[in-house]
Design a protein around this ligand. Structure first.
Ligand code: IDP
Ligand code: MG
Length: 150
């Protein structure tokens, strides 16, 4: 089962979209295994976005992610990373597929509501960065066999 880190970013929290976003992931069939509502420290923000250091939008990105609380979650499912990225939509909301979260609720790349890991390897790394092992809840859902074939 593939795990992915999802962040409901400050703009989505401020716009009261936590329910809408988690609802879409639940509806898709993904399984929630961890969640916390938190402030992002400067240090965590910089580690999480280290790959973007030096880019023109980096300072604004760090300011954005630390500007208000976020909801951090781990979701899992078969091909979970790709499934969640698809539900979020492309990074630029104006390029996101209709029906995706970024298409339906956002306009600006600098206010695109969510983060989702982009590869299974980064999913693993990001889950380890944001959550300790005892915060990950391993459980069977009664509907699993109707959603996961294997
Ligand atoms: P992703 O979140 O879809 O994986 P990345 O390219 O990894 O997109 O960029 C990380 C985040 O940085 C984006 O979600 C967005 O918030 C911000 N970002 C990316 N490109 C720009 C830009 O050109 N202007 C402002 N913010 C940007
Ligand atoms: Mg990314």
């Amino acid at each position: 089962m593939e795990q992915t880190l999802v962040l409901i970013k400050p703009d989505a929290v401020q716009r009261s979209l936590c329910g809408e976003i988690t609802s879409r992931l639940e509806r898709r069939g993904l399984r929630l295994v961890a969640a916390k509502f938190m402030w992002v420290s400067q240090e965590l923000a910089e580690t999480h976005y280290t790959i973007h250091k030096g880019k023109p939008f980096y300072d604004g990105l760090i300011k954005y992610i630390t500007s208000s609380p976020v909801m951090a979650m781990v979701w899992e499912g078969p091909d979970g990373v790709a499934a969640v990225r698809q539900t979020m939509g492309a990074t630029r909301p104006t390029e996101a597929a209709p029906g995706s979260i970024r298409h339906d609720f956002a306009l600006d790349v600098g206010r695109n509501l969510t983060h989702a890991s982009d590869t299974p390897e980064n999913g693993k790394k990001e889950v380890e960065l944001w959550f300790s092992p005892d915060e990950i809840v391993s459980w069977d859902r009664d509907t699993d066999r109707w959603i996961f074939e294997g």
